[in-house]
Design a protein around this ligand. Structure first.
Ligand code: FE2
Length: 329
């Protein structure tokens, strides 16, 4: 690039007070309006952060070393960056912004760092857990749209820990998936399978994120839960989980994922379900009715929420595809 061809004033003698506007100005050459907006806000907040905290060089270097360690411990089965985003509350915040839910639909929650892409597709009634120590659990769910119609053929990813609170990927020498499966909803919107009753577990805390929690006097535990992810064209991608009521960590989840609407009681199988699903009476039972939202309804809600939020901030932006970009008109 020939600097003489760039329509940017020379950048010299920058100060605490004018560095921000000049960095934003040079970044504004970016043709992607959404990226330009994100960079503008990122630089503004980063610089304000440094100015407001009077960030010292040592503190800045400590932060960089910390992020370096987060990267160094990350592998394809250990995602320390997701963990960092989770414990800072950013993951649940982004999910709430990007996947708004109208009343009556199933709320989303954090993906967490343990989803994999190698779960096996299973048939109705199959067992996704091979842990003999776990309490056997029958799971019977329905899947509907916001009009109450069953949604057929949805790809449903489900994953949980074993009875010791570890996901399969946390074991060295893992040979294949366990405690996870993929199911498809039937024409009646029902899907059912066998699993084990979830237990609480600590997020991996032997790395930089764990050390951060310790320093903050925070515990690393998540309440007992089972993860679900729903995908079907025309519907908003739903990442959620069901949490067990009265879990000791129900109100202090290390990653802020618990919502009342996703909290369930473990019941017992009665005579009717015992016959229908061929499990003994008294067997542990989890039931839930999930409600998916159409892409169209979600994008309308996202655009509306964006406009309300940005108006409140007094930003001069326009909303394109539900997301703010600079208003250059
Ligand atoms: Fe989890």
């Amino acid at each position: 690039m020939d600097p003489s061809q760039v329509k940017i004033p020379p950048m010299k003698n920058l100060t605490v007070d004018n560095i921000t506007e000049n960095v934003i100005r040079i970044n504004s050459l970016c043709e992607d309006q959404r990226m330009k907006y994100i960079l503008e806000r990122l630089v503004t907040h980063l610089h304000d952060f440094a100015r407001e905290t009077r960030l010292s060089s040592d503190e800045w270097m400590t932060g960089l070393r910390f992020l370096t360690e987060v990267g160094q411990i990350t592998t394809d089965v250990r995602q320390e960056y997701i963990l960092l985003s989770d414990v800072l509350g950013l993951s649940i915040l982004v999910d709430s912004i990007d996947h708004p839910k109208p009343p009556g639909s199933t709320e989303g929650t954090v993906l967490g760092p343990f989803h994999t892409h190698d779960a096996e597709e299973m048939s109705a009634g199959d067992s996704m857990s091979h842990d003999p120590e776990g309490e056997p659990l029958l799971v019977v769910c329905t899947l509907r749209d916001t009009e109450g119609r069953p949604v057929e053929g949805v790809k449903i990813d489900i994953w949980e820990t074993d009875s010791s609170g570890h996901y399969d990927v946390q074991y060295a020498g893992r040979e294949g998936p366990d405690g996870r499966c993929i199911m498809r909803s039937g024409s009646d919107g029902v899907f059912w399978f066998k699993a084990i009753t979830p237990v609480p577990y600590p997020i991996p805390h032997d790395g930089p994120v764990g050390r951060l929690l310790k320093k903050l006097h925070r515990h690393p535990y998540r309440p007992s839960h089972m993860h679900f992810m729903f995908e079907k064209e025309g519907y908003d991608h739903l990442i959620t989980a069901l949490y067990l009521r009265n879990d000791p960590y129900e109100t202090s989840d290390a990653v802020f994922g618990v919502k009342d609407s996703l909290t369930v009681d473990i019941g017992k199988v009665g005579p009717e379900l015992s016959k229908k699903y061929d499990v003994p009476e008294g067997h542990a039972l989890l039931t839930y009715d999930f409600v998916l939202v159409s892409d169209e309804e979600t994008s309308q809600l996202r655009a509306y929420n964006s406009k309300v939020a940005l108006d409140k901030l007094g930003r001069k932006v326009k909303i394109v595809n539900g997301l703010p970009v600079p208003d250059l008109d």
